[in-house]
Design a protein. Structure first.
Length: 173
């Protein structure tokens, strides 16, 4: 009696390559690779990778872990921009002299100043409306909503992609 056909994930598992493949996938995703690019790297279609992700939670977790790593790297970069940082630049000068070539290396320490946009972003995301430059407008809108002076409704709904809902304000006057 023949057993069922192994899918690609199960073949990796059987051959002992699963952990290496999952690690590669996580690393690629953490470096901004798309699902399509991962599929191309693996030599399969994006449709196949979608099916495999649904059936094998460890594979799906590899993608999620990669996304989390990327998010942490990006937030780290924003944080560094917000507080400023020191870095070193190296300049190499090669001079021709009577005795031959002479190489001189000069190192410069430089300071990247704090970035206001990064500071604002981190303050608002970490500490909320208190640091939002539109705090007064947001509080006014909230009061109007509480008093029933206006309401917010969905103009239309796209069932495929709920994130694209359009919302519009309607006055109750």
């Amino acid at each position: 009696m023949k057993g069922k056909m192994l899918d690609l994930y199960e073949k990796w598992e059987a051959s002992g390559h699963l952990d290496a493949k999952l690690k590669s996938i996580s690393e690629m995703v953490s470096k901004r690779a798309t699902q399509r690019q991962v599929a191309e790297y693996l030599g399969i279609t994006e449709k196949t990778i979608i099916k495999l992700r649904k059936v094998h939670p460890k594979l799906n977790n590899a993608f999620q872990y990669g996304d989390e790593e990327l998010k942490h790297k990006l937030l780290d970069a924003v944080y560094r921009r917000a507080i400023g940082f020191e870095y070193e630049e190296t300049q190499t000068v090669i001079e021709e002299t009577k005795t031959g070539t002479k190489k001189r290396i000069t190192k410069f320490k430089k300071q990247s100043l704090p970035d206001i946009a990064a500071i604002k972003y981190l303050l608002v995301t970490k500490f909320g409306i208190e640091y939002n430059e539109k705090k007064a407008e947001i509080e006014l809108m909230a009061k109007r909503l509480e008093r029933g002076e206006e309401e917010w409704i969905n103009e239309y709904r796209d069932e495929e992609n709920i994130g694209t809902d359009r919302v519009r304000k309607q006055s109750k006057k």
